[in-house]
Every structure is written in C-alpha cells, then in structure tokens.
Design a protein around this ligand. Structure first.
Ligand code: F0G
Length: 423
C-alpha cells in the first residue's frame, strides 16, 4: 500500500500530488498514509525524543508527529514553528462548568493566535511541493490571518476572501499586515467559500480551506499533542467549537487513529459545540444525521458564523466513530463563558468560549459526568476580537454578570480613593 488521497464519499483514490481538493463526485478527499513501521510504544519514544532536538521539524508541535501527518517532506516545510500549546487547569472555569477535571488546550498560543496554523503549515508545505504560484482561501478571519502569514513566509501571493463587516478586528488587521490581498465580499462566509471553490482552479490558486485534506492532517496534531501531554492516557471527553467542521473531522480521525496505532488504549468521546444561531450540525445530530442541513447563520461568535459546513460528512463520521455528541449554546452563554475564561487570566475569543459553555451545558444535561476527565479546546486568542471585549465590559444592556467597566476620573487622590472604596 502507498500513501494516497481517498474520497470519503465514493472511495476514489489518487496520488498525494493531485492538487484539486474536490472529487469528481463532489466529495472531499482524506489523506491515507502508509502505516508507520513503528509500533505505538516506539512512536511515543520517537515523538518524545524530538523535543530535545533543535531541528525546525522537531521543534514544531505539528511536524514532530510527521509520521502521522505527512512524512518525507522535512527539507521543504514552511514552519514558524507552531503547536506546543499549553494544557491549562483553572479553578474558576472548573467551578463554572461544574466539572472537577476540566483542562483547557489553548490553541490561541499558536503563532497567529489560532489553531489554524497547525493546518496551514502542512497546507502551505504541500502548496510548495506542488509548485503552486498563488494561494487562496475564504474565511471568517482566522484562516485568512494564518494563510496570510504562512504565504508570506513561503514567498507566495495570497488572496483571502472574507464576509464584509463580519470579521473580528484583530484577524482583519493580521491579514492586511501580513500582506494578503484581502477581498471583502457583500455576503456571508458560505458565499465566500462557494466563490473560492468555484474560482480557485480558474485563478490558478491553490485552495487552503479545510476542505483541503492537508489542512486536516495538520489539525489532527492538536489531538496527538494533547494525548502526549496526558501521558497517552485518553481523557473521557474532548469538547470543541464547531463551525465549518474541519476540527470536528480532524479530531475524530486523530483519536481513532491514535487508538488503532496503539498510542492510546481507548477513544475519547467528542463533543462538538455550535452557536445556536449557526447550528445546522447540532440540528442534524438531533435527527440522527438523516440529511444534510443548511441555515442562514447569525451569532456574536463570528468565527463560527457558518450555515453550510463544508466538512459535514467527515464530521458525521467523527461523531459516530467516537460515540460523540453535538450541542448548541446561546450567544449569552458564549459571552458568559468567555468572561469566565477571561477572568481567570487565560482569555480566548468568543468561538472558543462556546466549547466551555458547551461543556457546562452537557454537564447540566447529565451527558458529561461531574467527575469525567474533560478537555475543552480553546481555538483562538483573546485579542482576536477586541471589539466584543470592550463592548461586553463597557456596554449597557441585558445580564452581564461578570461585567468590569472601566472608570474614568479626574487626576486627584480624592477621586482615586473614592473609586477604590466603591470596589
Ligand atoms: N474557533 C475558531 C477561533 C475559528 O476560527 C473557527 C473557524 C472555529 C472555531 C471552527 O472550526 O471550522 O473547523 O469547525 N474558523 C474558520 C476561519 C472558518 O475561516 O477562520 P471549524
């Protein structure tokens, strides 16, 4: 057997060097690698040993697992490096969720502030292998920030297509600063993705949305690194925010693979969490995934403001393979979860907080037991969306239990003392 791309819908196979990300049948490809020659224990030792090395590939939290990502490309990788993100425990977040053993895997610690860098290092490396001359993506903001940075590093022109007025300030700023040609479309993310899927071939640009299987390969390393940080002891649950469903797809594949390779002795359950106003996948789960659903999406968590998720079929497989669940949380729950995470000094962007809000909801529903070992993945950095932060803490309006408004005073001791007394 050799490594190939396999269509998840019709089973067609083709070489790793075919550039189109879509199968003739309309399905999406997955990368199927040759099984590594090492057994589980040997792989664990191999990965651990690389932490001592100074080589670029070994220092990256993605390429350290290259046997399971994309072997044999060490001489070509475009790496920052990325990954090596912390696994945090915070009493305040545990208390709020009612989960005694909750950990936060903080992907906001990646170079451009989101998990996207894990997939992008692999996707842009693959673009280089294919001798691509331009790169393109649609985005709610983080993919575009990441592609802009990795494209700049690779010396390739980047075109990013985003929904006008619906991209958080930090992300838009990054895309401009890293030098991507940034197109703001009067339409939502789903319209942007349709546009770039239709146009990429005609434009001669390599498509780097998560429909690209090499992106998914990189995102799997969030799970490999998490399992390694836990001493290869699988947790009971992994909770992830879900929009276009690339992560949901990647995590399920990685967890099943880690078990199959003998890296772990069981498969954790996956919980995907959507924002209520953008929750076709949660609705699909509720009706047993009998059909693919689409909605017109609306949520404060602009990263996951997606109504027609591209990785639907792959994500359904992930939920089924991990005995997983899908749920949805309201914008108010997302903002409260975010204020709790922020208030512990950790901080994350709104979409990431959906995972924490979802963990609490699933505990309240009795799906997750209070004593379960749970990992929530924080997908993006607190500074990605500064506007929502300031609005939450400064703004008037409905229930904001953790609001911490700034206080303006004259420069006198008396006023400062008055303010401190109020506190
Ligand atoms: N969290 C953040 C911070 C994101 O940026 C995204 C997706 C998700 C969660 C959802 O992940 O799509 O794999 O289900 N952002 C994409 C983008 C769509 O364009 O940046 P998913």
């Amino acid at each position: 057997m050799t490594s190939v791309q396999v269509c998840g819908t019709c089973g067609a196979e083709r070489s790793l060097l075919e550039p189109d990300v879509e199968c003739a049948c309309g399905g999406l490809f997955d990368v199927r690698l040759d099984q590594p020659v090492e057994d589980g224990r040997s792989l664990q030792r191999l990965f651990a040993g690389r932490k001592e090395s100074g080589a670029v590939c070994d220092r990256s939290g993605v390429w350290r697992y290259r046997e399971l990502v994309l072997p044999g490309v060490e001489h070509q990788v475009v790496s920052h490096p990325e990954g090596n993100t912390p696994l945090l425990q915070r009493d305040g977040v545990s208390r709020w969720t009612g989960l005694d053993h909750l950990l936060l895997k903080h992907e906001g610690h990646n170079p451009t502030g989101s998990f996207k860098d894990r997939g992008m290092t692999v996707g842009v490396t693959q673009a280089r292998r294919l001798a691509a001359t331009a790169l393109v993506c649609a985005s709610t903001g983080n993919t575009s920030a990441s592609l802009a940075a990795y494209g700049a590093q690779a010396g390739l022109p980047v075109l990013v297509v985003v929904p006008a007025g619906k991209v958080a300030l930090g992300k838009l700023g990054q895309s401009l600063a890293y030098g991507a040609r940034t197109v703001m479309v009067r339409g939502d993310f789903d319209a942007c993705l349709r546009l770039v899927r239709d146009a990429s071939t005609r434009l001669g640009a390599y498509l780097l949305n998560s429909v690209n299987p090499f992106r998914i390969q990189g995102q799997k390393t969030i799970m490999f690194e998490l399992l390694e940080q836990l001493g290869w002891e699988a947790p009971d649950w992994v909770v992830v925010p879900a929009g276009n469903l690339g992560n949901t797809a990647a995590f399920g594949m990685a967890l099943v693979e880690a078990h199959r390779l003998g890296l772990t002795d069981r498969v954790p359950r996956l919980a995907a969490v959507q924002a209520e106003g953008a929750s076709p996948f949660a609705a699909g789960f509720a009706e047993g995934f009998t059909r693919r659903l689409r909605v017109a999406a609306e949520t404060v968590a602009t990263a996951i403001r997606i109504g027609d998720p591209a990785s639907w079929d792959r994500a359904v497989r992930s939920i089924r393979d991990t005995d997983g669940v899908v749920t949805a949380v309201t914008d108010a729950e997302i903002l409260e979860a975010k204020a709790v995470v922020d208030g512990t000094g950790v901080g994350c962007e709104p979409a990431s907080a959906a995972a924490v809000a979802g963990a609490r909801k699933l505990r309240q529903l009795g799906v997750i037991a209070p004593a379960a070992r749970v990992v929530a993945v924080l997908t993006g950095h607190i500074l990605k969306d500064p506007e929502i932060l300031v609005e939450y803490h400064r703004g008037a309006g409905a229930s904001r239990p953790l609001q911490n408004p700034p206080i303006e005073i004259e420069p006198t001791l008396a006023e400062l003392e008055r303010v401190l007394r109020i506190g």
